[in-house]
Design a protein around this ligand. Structure first.
Ligand SMILES: NC(=O)c1ccc[n+]([C@@H]2O[C@H](COP(=O)([O-])OP(=O)(O)OC[C@H]3O[C@@H](n4cnc5c(N)ncnc54)[C@H](OP(=O)(O)O)[C@@H]3O)[C@@H](O)[C@H]2O)c1
Length: 287
């Protein structure tokens, strides 16, 4: 099935000189599909190859968007996700770029510009730090720098580059964490970087709202089958599960639901907000 833009250019070519008066409007009406509200849009998900990022990439693909699946180390996972997206009838490409490397981020957005010429959604999901769990006092300088580079400056540089490509109606969502506001054991480097990212969300939201670009945050409770959860002791996960009023962990798809909602037209006046997806965990505290 040709996309609307391709269909239009074919129509123009075959019309040999005749230019329809309102071709795009007519074609859009013909192809209007409320189940594909992101048709003809492009979504970039950093850390889109696995976990929550993967769920977001596939959600936007299922809603009609072409997707760019960013990753750092595992091309195998990224290609698999991009192929799954393509199987949903959109373009899906995997692009390697370390979020801790500004030059790589600039090159990533240059690739998006070359391939698609536009960007409608940026989801900043890539994060590092859980692989070396540390408290505030025993965190080493190189771990702190790495967490801040990937979890804070990566989304910051991505937002700067995205702002050059995005137009009115576009959205950015930053993946935040309850560990930015409350104490989680051995989570200091990640928690502090997420706290700073929450603050950045506010500043970006105000500056970009003036251009009709919305920035929001989503903070999830413990997400099932993520790397972070796999690294946690089983008894801690069980205590957490018992403390969640909803009685279970969050699924990646449930986080993707919130991200997609915030990027949709239904959320047009939601600017700079933090949406919690935690089954009520934040209401009752740590186990
Ligand atoms: N899981 C949870 O319980 C939970 C709860 C609250 C918030 N969050 C937040 O949600 C986001 C996703 O978490 P997750 O658990 O779903 O992640 P995950 O399963 O560990 O996946 C991490 C993803 O990020 C990529 N990535 C890691 N470092 C990168 C870098 N330097 N540059 C580019 N990509 C990089 C990975 O690609 P490679 O495989 O190629 O390295 C992978 O695609 C994070 O921001 C996390 O802080 C998670």
């Amino acid at each position: 099935m040709p996309r609307v833009a391709e269909g239009y250019s074919k129509l123009r070519r075959s019309a040999a000189g005749w230019t329809p008066k309102r071709p795009l409007v007519i074609l859009r009406l013909m192809t209007a599909n409320t189940e594909k509200p992101f048709a003809d849009k492009v979504a970039l998900v950093t850390g889109g190859s696995r976990g929550i990022g993967r769920a977001c990439a596939l959600r936007f693909a299922s809603l009609g968007a072409d997707v760019v699946v960013n990753y750092s180390r595992s091309a195998e996972h990224a290609d698999a996700t991009a192929n799954e997206a393509a199987a949903l009838g959109v373009r899906g490409i995997a692009v390697q770029a370390d979020m801790g490397d500004r030059d790589a981020i600039v090159a990533l957005f240059e690739r998006v510009r070359e391939e698609f010429g536009r960007l409608d959604v940026l989801v900043n999901s890539a994060a590092r730090g859980l692989e070396r769990p540390r408290g505030a006092l025993d965190s080493l300088p190189q771990h702190l720098k790495h967490s801040m580079d990937v979890n804070l400056f990566g989304p910051w540089f991505c937002a700067q580059e995205a702002a050059r490509l995005m137009e009115e109606g576009a959205s950015i969502v930053n993946l935040l964490s309850p560990g930015s506001e409350r104490y989680l054991p051995k989570y200091a480097p990640v928690g502090v970087s997420k706290g700073a990212l929450a603050s950045l969300t506010t500043y970006l939201a105000v500056e970009l709202a003036q251009r009709g670009i919305r920035v929001n945050g989503v903070s999830a409770g413990l997400v099932d089958s993520s790397d972070g959860v796999r690294m946690m002791p089983a008894d801690l996960i069980e205590r957490y599960r018992q403390a969640v009023p909803s009685g279970r962990l969050v699924t990646p798809d449930e986080v993707a639901n919130a991200v997609a909602y915030l990027c949709s037209d239904q959320a047009a006046m939601i600017v700079g907000q933090l949406l919690l997806v935690d089954g009520g965990y934040s209401l009752v505290g740590v186990p």
